[in-house]
Design a protein around this ligand. Structure first.
Ligand SMILES: CC(C)(COP(=O)(O)OP(=O)(O)OC[C@H]1O[C@@H](n2cnc3c(N)ncnc32)[C@H](O)[C@@H]1OP(=O)(O)O)[C@@H](O)C(=O)NCCC(=O)NCCS
Length: 147
């Protein structure tokens, strides 16, 4: 398994980025400034994008593993790599996600704790209703971890 920082042509990973964030213009808001990492185990398995919020905080803006490789430890391995990569660069990593049983338990397994909620985020920021596992996402739930 190897993890590479991606410096150019981040849009080549659009298929994975869209798994985590299905509206491309929302991805465009952070992709340019974001730091992207790709996990390979033979071929590509997972990607993530990190954005600096202030001198102490980075935000995990996108994380996805190809569907057929989910549940095999790749997402968690990438998150652990990120913790190590950023431990001397910031104090805290935050991540925002929909109120979904598909993502919150995963982040908790990685060590994140629920921090706060941004009401109506998905209604106010997306041009169409977003559903995950048949449930409409309304609020953004933020989780955080101190490194
Ligand atoms: C969320 C996602 C990135 C997780 O990646 P993954 O490679 O499947 O996760 P892992 O296999 O590393 O799982 C790590 C741990 O979380 C657990 N986990 C993963 N999904 C879970 C779920 N829905 N419910 C409970 N536990 C879950 C795993 O069982 C594993 O537990 P363990 O450490 O005890 O073995 C992946 O499911 C995905 O790409 N989803 C679609 C995109 C998405 O929603 N991204 C997040 C946007 S905020």
């Amino acid at each position: 398994m190897r993890i590479e920082k991606i410096l150019n042509n981040k849009k080549q990973f659009l298929d994975l980025l869209l798994l985590a964030d299905e509206q491309e213009d929302m991805i465009d808001r952070y992709l340019e400034e974001g730091e992207m990492f790709a996990l390979y185990d033979d071929d590509l398995k997972s990607i993530c994008v990190m954005v600096q919020k202030d001198s102490q905080i980075y935000e995990l803006k996108n994380l996805a593993t190809y569907e057929k490789y989910q549940g095999k430890g790749y997402g968690k391995a990438l998150v652990k790599y990120i913790f190590n990569y950023y431990k001397d660069k910031c104090k805290t990593i935050i991540v925002g996600t929909g109120e979904s049983d598909l993502t919150i338990p995963f982040y908790e397994k990685c060590g994140f704790c629920i921090s706060h909620r941004v009401k109506n985020f998905f209604i106010d920021n997306y041009d169409h209703p977003i559903f995950e596992d048949g449930v409409q996402l309304i609020d953004m739930i933020y989780l955080k971890i101190d490194l």
